[in-house]
Design a protein around this ligand. Structure first.
Ligand code: UDP
Length: 492
């Protein structure tokens, strides 16, 4: 890095501002394959890292800050390794390293929220050394071949004479004992930051295993960084870097080691990003239409289906009404006050399936409730049910007049079962969530066991419906309702 560039870097990193600098980025992180990637600029990234080293008590691993970098290769590995994904998820900050991640952001995010800064470790290192030098921090270099970290330490002495290099160690360990020995030496040297440069996923797994034993406030996994700063490997010319083609340079320099990573890995990464972007767009689409369009779609489905249902089923409705009146005197229809959306009471229509004074009989007789949970009242062998009523209930035909409730907008075809006011009076605050939407003729509970479910199970299923409701959910539930009704299971 040229001196003029470094001076520029230092002018943007004002340590006096550290205390006032809000370390949180203004934008939501980019989420790629479950990894949250920070989006801020280099100056903020470096300020934040140094702040972590000054903020925390040395020799305490309790509040250790973990920092990672992800490029297309790391994300490819993380895609198939849940352990690596979990590592990145445990990191306090993960920086976007390289053009692959920038491209992924371009493909998955809009221009507003898009990732604008490439924060790779190799670019960050000189800035970090400058900032640590000013803050009085110290650095430990762990990783790479024998002699490489030592060479980096020597080079730091030239570029940042006042920065304390607490120690260095190569990144090749034969066993656990040699790791423990290195950790002892790291802890003894008391660095404010430990850079681990063993390549992905080795460095991340190494940190997962040993970070609890490390008494260092900040640990950072940095890949092949030491090779560059020991002048062992040359970096791509800046034009290539600006064009996002640094990888072509690395491929040309180490084709044997890198061909898999870039020739196979880059298209694979692109494919996975596009796949994810497509899936996100689909789910975004689903959420977007959940507002006005979703409501309009639901209302149209309700209105058209209920009107059609009433017209097409009118001969059946007439037959049922006649049968009810022949069996027991009184109106074929039965109305009740039920609690609708937002607690609004409405008149709920049903075919009468019980004797006319059924409600009265429930009050005067000591019937045993068969509905688990106690809030609902359901009897398996209810003596108040008429013979025709028994069949109507078995095949849910008694609910058909509710098509009229749907036409009049008090109910929907799909939604939580409308409760009686006395049931709602016993609802907990949590149970009341089911009053947020229009009640329905059918819902998840209707297609998953119906009255066999306990009150709590019904509430859970209603909640599931409220959380996931969409036009397609309604269609799916309606399609599942028909076989559930025909089987007559759970209805009594
Ligand atoms: N390395 C190490 N220990 C190992 C294996 C590798 O210290 O057991 C070092 C290796 O010498 C090199 C770095 O890890 O310095 C791997 O660099 P790579 O180019 O793969 O990293 P990236 O491209 O991810 O930054």
């Amino acid at each position: 890095m040229s001196n003029s560039n470094r001076n520029k870097a230092l002018s943007t990193i004002n340590l006096a501002d550290f205390e006032h600098q809000e370390s949180e980025p203004s934008k939501a992180p980019l989420n790629l394959f479950d990894v949250d990637i920070w989006k801020g600029p280099m100056s903020e990234a470096v300020s934040w890292v140094v702040l972590q080293t000054t903020n925390k008590p040395q020799s305490s691993q309790l509040s250790q800050t973990k920092i990672g970098f992800v490029n297309a290769n790391n994300l490819n590995i993380s895609y198939s390794s849940r352990t690596l994904t979990e590592h990145y998820r445990k990191c306090d900050r993960v920086f976007a390293d390289g053009s692959g991640v920038m491209l992924a952001s371009r493909l998955t995010e809009n221009s507003h929220s898009r990732l604008k800064h490439n924060i790779n470790g190799t670019d960050m290192f000189p800035f970090l050394c400058d900032a640590l030098e000013i803050s009085g921090g110290s650095i430990y270099l762990l990783g790479a071949d024998k002699g490489v970290a030592e060479q980096v330490a020597k080079n730091i002495k030239i570029t940042n004479p006042k920065l304390e290099v607490a120690g260095f160690h190569d990144g090749y360990f034969s066993d656990d004992l040699s790791c423990r020995r290195a950790i002892k030496s790291i802890n003894r040297s008391n660095p404010s930051i430990l850079l681990v440069a063993m390549g992905t996923p080795m460095q991340e797994f190494w940190l997962d295993k040993y970070s609890n034993s490390l008494k260092v406030p900040v640990v950072m996994s940095v890949g092949g960084l030491f090779d560059f700063f020991a002048n062992k490997v040359s970096r791509a010319p800046s034009l290539l870097r600006k064009m996002g083609l640094e990888w072509t340079w690395r491929l040309a320099n180490e084709p044997k080691r890198m061909w898999r990573r870039y020739i196979l890995g880059n298209p694979l990464f692109l494919f996975r990003v596009l796949k994810e972007s497509f899936a996100n767009k689909k789910s975004l689409h689903r959420t977007n239409i959940s507002s006005t369009t979703q409501r309009l779609l639901k209302r149209s489905l309700d209105l058209v289906s209920a009107c059609l249902g009433l017209i097409l089923l009118s001969p059946l409705l007439l037959m049922i009404a006649t049968a009810i009146m022949i069996e027991s005197p009184g109106s074929p229809l039965y109305t009740q006050l039920r609690v609708g959306k937002n607690g609004k009471l409405f008149k709920f229509w049903k075919f009468r399936s019980m004797v006319t004074n059924a409600h009265q009989l429930r009050k005067t007789n000591d019937y045993k409730n068969d509905s688990a949970g106690g809030v609902l009242f359901k009897l398996r062998n209810d003596p108040r049910v008429t013979r025709i009523g028994h069949y109507l209930r078995r095949y849910s035909l008694d609910e058909l007049p509710q098509l009229w409730n749907v036409v009049s907008g008090e109910m929907s075809l799909v939604g939580p079962r409308p409760a009686l006011p006395e049931e709602v009076a016993r609802y907990s605050e949590e149970d009341k969530a089911r009053l947020k939407v229009l009640p329905g003729i059918t819902c998840y509970w209707q297609v998953s066991g119906r009255s066999d479910l306990s009150f709590n199970q019904q509430i859970m299923l209603d909640k599931q419906y409220i959380d996931t409701c969409s036009f397609w959910t309604d269609i799916k539930i309606l399609l599942r309702t028909l076989p559930a009704v025909l089987s007559g299971k759970g209805a009594y």
